[in-house]
Design a binder for this molecule. Sequence first.
Ligand SMILES: C[S@@+](CC[C@H](N)C(=O)[O-])C[C@H]1O[C@@H](n2cnc3c(N)ncnc32)[C@H](O)[C@@H]1O
Length: 261
Amino acid sequence: MDSICKTDKHEEVSEYYGAILEKSADLKTNACCTVKYYPENIQKGLAMIHDEVVEKYYGCGLTIPDDLKGLRVLDLGSGSGRDCYLVSYLVGEQGSVVGIDMTDEQLAVANRHINYHSEKFGYTSPNVEFKKGLIEKLDEVGLEDNSFDVAISNCVINLCPDKPAALREIFRVLKSGGQFYFSDVYSDQPVPEHLVDDPILYGECLSGALSESNFIQMAIDAGFRQPKEIERSVITIDNDEVSQKIGDLKFHSITYSVFKD
Ligand SMILES: C[S@@+](CC[C@H](N)C(=O)[O-])C[C@H]1O[C@@H](n2cnc3c(N)ncnc32)[C@H](O)[C@@H]1O
């Protein structure tokens, strides 16, 4: 799809990830470094991923559930494709991965390295594809009801202006028994509206964050079972200006698993 109908907030976020940030180290928080330990199979997969893809990784957790072999997986807000390529390796040649993102620059990096990774993993043809689209409107990218075993997402739902719509769409495209396993940023209390309007705080995945209780209720309203927390870590802010603006608010990166009955 060449053109998608973005809101001003979507445009602001695309600008942040497409033009302002160049690499993970440009982030003003430790979000991309909160994972302290990667299991051995994941380390092995990560070691095979192209440097350019890794340099533009902006995730905040480990979004890889166990036993992905042979499954069809959807990555929401796939960015430069790090998690898609990791999953491409873990699902094996019989499985498949679709990455959705709205930012051209991120999609260009991801698309550039499709053949590199399928050759690296020893596949006869690629099992991953990237599509341009909005998470809130997966129907417009042609994603069908009940068509994925697993959905993942790494530090993206906080950036969606319409979070209930995003969760409803993820629920719709998952098969019955399907799992949404994702890492995101959560605040310890609702974020004041004037901070939501700040493009840097929003782009940095802070001021669009839900509180945990808001997220849990929203997931249940979308049709999911009670979310289960897998892991959490504190987000630290490495920038004085950002620290001052957020005042007493505290942020965590949390990985949740939620199932569709
Ligand atoms: C913080 S980055 C994370 C990228 C990737 N998951 C990673 O771990 O490197 C957020 C990404 O989500 C994309 N994104 C944010 N909101 C989106 C939306 N509503 N629909 C589609 N993509 C979105 C952005 O374009 C950006 O590439």
